[in-house]
Write a protein that binds this ligand. Structure first.
Ligand SMILES: O=P(O)(O)OC[C@H]1O[C@H](OP(=O)(O)OP(=O)(O)O)[C@H](O)[C@@H]1O
Ligand SMILES: NC(=O)CC[C@H](N)C(=O)O
Ligand SMILES: [Mg+2]
Length: 510
């Protein structure tokens, strides 16, 4: 998942974009970038690292202008090299910058077409650079000296016909303004909001999650619709248009399970409420199928499962306690790039308060079990802390299939539940009992709130991919390119890239 933001205001936007990116940091910890526009020139600072590490005062001073976009990256295509940090830039036509969340599923075909037919150069193996170049080609093809909002919509209509997969994006065009668009399935989230500036003019912001609007004082207008594009010109005028034919809102359910902050609202669903319901449904399942359970205490595995853990304990009528303490200086472990780093970080991140475990039958709750890195270690720790029995409940169903839409789960083999029964996973992680949420129950937690949502993108649980273009051969290629072993050899490449950072167009300037 990545986080994106775009602001068009009446005063410098650099610190506001910085603040928005810190609010979206949970969506990507690998790299961050801000691009602003001032007096016909773009300024850019992007590099690997957390937002607080990427931007120094000297960078912020350079990032001048009342228009800007920002990105926090969690890589799902190409390497983790700083050259793939976003926003990306192309100089023609006009000068365009873009930040993208999601993952294209026809990147190689598009890259080939861009090279052979559109005569455009790609400098990295990022799908986001491909997305930007498709847009730039289509806009340039209109051969206008100055683009109009309609030209941008025409270019995006053509982009929708060419690009497949998941994409929520925002960008800026020099001398023109900001644009944003969401794929025809609305797989990745995107909202926009407005606020009144001191001079009475309206300022606009687009962002991956509403939490960024809330904290920066923007009022949430609504979600960008699937297949919809919006344009805000430098003079502050907003235009919206439905550009893709056959759009159906099928948002990613995993946003509600894990990715989003609980205080965000996505497609009219309050993430916090969805997570509470997940806890309630899990409790109902336990009451139904294990009526004579002997759970003494429910303990969530922080951070994400806290909300559902509490709801589950309340519905079960069992004591809830925070028996695991999280080191607030360690980020999210699941979105870290390598398995060795993930494994080490779980222990550094979580520690037991032994007295909550001693002599008790403990029900641990997590939002999801993906590779099993977290649950294996926590169950072991719970036993060492003196628990009598250690049970585990997952607020999401078993994760069995790769994700191709912006979550870095490329290989079924790395998923602990792939090809295993519940009992086999239970044994693998060392639990005395394992309870998974049923998929119908998970869907029921988020369904019915927004009638426009006809279906959710649930591929990691069901193996069904809503874009209809993902087959076994595609998944095989993805696995070979991005499984942990492949990424490890890419890690060596990253070090080389860093040595050669001075030749990249992503140069950091001191
Ligand atoms: O089975 P695994 O491969 O370990 O992945 C699942 C775990 O990873 C995530 O936690 P993470 O530490 O990323 O973030 P959190 O603090 O928001 O819970 C998620 O909440 C689970 O705890
Ligand atoms: N998680 C994402 O949204 C990733 C965006 C893009 N595919 C990248 O790898 O940079
Ligand atoms: Mg977690």
């Amino acid at each position: 998942m990545c986080g994106i933001v775009g602001i068009i205001g009446q005063s410098p936007v650099n610190t506001q974009i910085y603040d928005a990116l810190t609010l979206l940091q949970h969506r990507g910890q690998d790299a961050a970038g801000i691009m602003t526009s001032s007096r016909g020139k773009f300024q850019l600072q992007k590099a690997n690292g957390l937002v607080k590490d990427v931007f120094r005062t000297r960078h912020m001073k350079r990032l001048e202008g009342n228009i800007g976009i920002g990105h926090v990256r969690y890589p799902t295509a190409g390497s983790s090299s700083p050259a793939l940090a976003q926003p990306f830039y192309v100089n023609s036509p006009y000068g365009i910058g873009m930040a993208h969340n999601g993952n294209l599923t026809n990147t190689s075909e598009l890259a080939e077409d861009l090279f052979r037919t559109d005569l455009r150069h790609l400098n990295t193996d990022s799908d986001s650079e491909v997305l930007l170049n498709v847009f730039a080609h289509e806009l340039g093809d209109l051969k206008k000296l100055r683009p109009t909002p309609d030209d941008v919509f025409t270019a995006l209509t053509a982009l929708y016909k060419r690009c497949r997969g998941a994409y929520a994006a925002t960008g800026m065009i020099s001398g023109f303004g900001i644009f944003a668009f969401r794929d025809p399935n609305g797989i990745r989230p995107l909202v926009y909001g407005k606020r009144e500036a001191d001079n009475g003019s309206i300022e606009y912001m687009v962002a991956s999650e509403s939490v960024a609007l809330d904290v920066l004082g923007f009022e949430l207008v609504r979600d960008v619709r699937p297949g919809e594009a919006l344009v805000i010109t430098e003079s502050g005028k907003l235009y919206t248009k439905q550009c893709a034919e056959n759009s159906t809102l099928t948002p990613c359910i995993f946003e509600h399970v894990y990715f989003a902050r609980p205080d965000s609202v996505m497609d009219d669903v309050v993430v916090y409420k969805a997570r509470r319901r997940m806890g309630e449904r899990l409790a109902e399942k336990i009451k139904r199928e294990w009526a004579d359970h002997d759970i003494d205490v429910v303990i969530p595995i922080p951070d994400t499962s806290r909300v559902s853990g509490l709801a589950m304990a309340q519905t079960l009528g069992v004591k809830y306690c925070e028996g695991l303490v999280k080191n607030r200086y360690i980020g999210r472990t699941f979105i870290m790039p390598g398995q060795a780093q993930r494994k080490k970080s779980v222990r550094q991140k979580l520690n037991c308060v032994s007295l909550e475990f001693e002599g008790r039958n403990v029900m641990l709750v997590d939002d999801s079990i993906v590779r099993g890195t977290t649950s294996r270690q926590i169950i072991q720790m719970a036993r060492e802390a003196g628990a009598k029995k250690v049970y585990l409940a997952s607020a999401a169903p078993a994760v069995k299939f790769p994700n191709v839409y912006g979550i870095d789960m490329p290989s079924a083999e790395e998923l602990i539940a792939s090809g295993r029964t519940v009992e086999q996973v239970e044994r693998e992680i060392g639990a005395d009992k394992l309870v998974y949420q049923d998929l119908d129950d998970l869907i029921a937690c988020v369904d019915g709130i927004n009638p426009d949502i006809k279906e959710f993108e649930c591929s990691v649980f069901s193996g069904e991919y809503v874009t209809g273009d993902v087959d076994a051969e595609y998944l095989l290629r993805l696995d070979a390119a991005r499984n942990d072993a492949a990424k490890k050899s890419d890690g060596n490449k990253k070090e080389e890239d860093e040595d050669e950072a001075v030749v990249g167009i992503h140069n950091e300037v001191d």
